[in-house]
Design a protein around this ligand. Structure first.
Ligand SMILES: CC(C)(COP(=O)(O)OP(=O)(O)OC[C@H]1O[C@@H](n2cnc3c(N)ncnc32)[C@H](O)[C@@H]1OP(=O)(O)O)[C@@H](O)C(=O)NCCC(=O)NCCS
Length: 157
């Protein structure tokens, strides 16, 4: 699926493939800011764990001079847990929102009632998720993170 960013650049949203190992490794290496809160080392083992994971995983990619690059990643588990990250250089251009919309569609297909995930309190992603209608419903026992929830059941609109 093709999407246009606010600045006119065209990106593709597609499933993450096992053959994306190098692209995903480069995504990790190029995203030190995003990894601070997403908590992953930039190594091949991490990249391999991601491309081989058995869950719904999508990426936002861009092609320049026939070279494809991963700009963003999102995943949802059958239980409604999510993962989301956009590479540093491409944050604040709407990619996170586009990826979240796809996760919501997938969650609805899985007949989930809500997505539920933890976010470190000092992570500005709290504002991002809130702007999309997610609500803080609790905090983790250590007090470091919020537990956030987004209702996705069709009955919720
Ligand atoms: C959270 C994250 C995925 C958002 O992706 P993004 O592509 O930058 O988000 P968008 O451009 O779609 O933002 C949409 C809206 O969310 C809000 N928002 C996004 N980032 C924000 C921030 N840092 N502070 C405050 N509001 C923010 C804004 O309202 C924004 O709209 P605007 O750009 O018109 O003002 C990205 O910042 C990221 O990868 N962070 C590091 C990894 C991470 O924390 N993941 C979540 C772990 S639970």
């Amino acid at each position: 699926m093709e999407k246009k960013l606010k600045d006119g650049q065209k990106i593709t949203i597609r499933k993450l493939r096992i053959s994306d190992l190098d692209l995903f490794y480069n995504f990790l290496v190029n995203s030190p800011k995003a990894r601070k809160f997403w908590r992953h080392p930039a190594d091949y083992e991490t990249a391999s764990n991601y491309v081989n994971a058995q869950r719904y995983q999508i990426v936002a990619t861009i092609k320049k001079k026939e070279v494809e690059r991963i700009l963003g990643f999102a995943a949802v588990t059958d239980q409604g847990g999510i993962g989301l990250a956009v590479t540093d250089e491409y944050q604040h251009r709407g990619i996170g929102t586009i990826l979240m919309e796809r996760l919501v569609e997938k969650a609805q297909k899985l007949k989930l009632e809500h997505l539920e995930f933890t976010v470190f309190k000092e992570n500005t992603a709290v504002q991002f998720y809130s702007s999309l209608g997610c609500q803080i419903c609790d905090e983790t026992p250590d007090g470091h993170s919020y537990i956030m929830r987004l209702m996705v059941g069709k009955q919720n609109g």
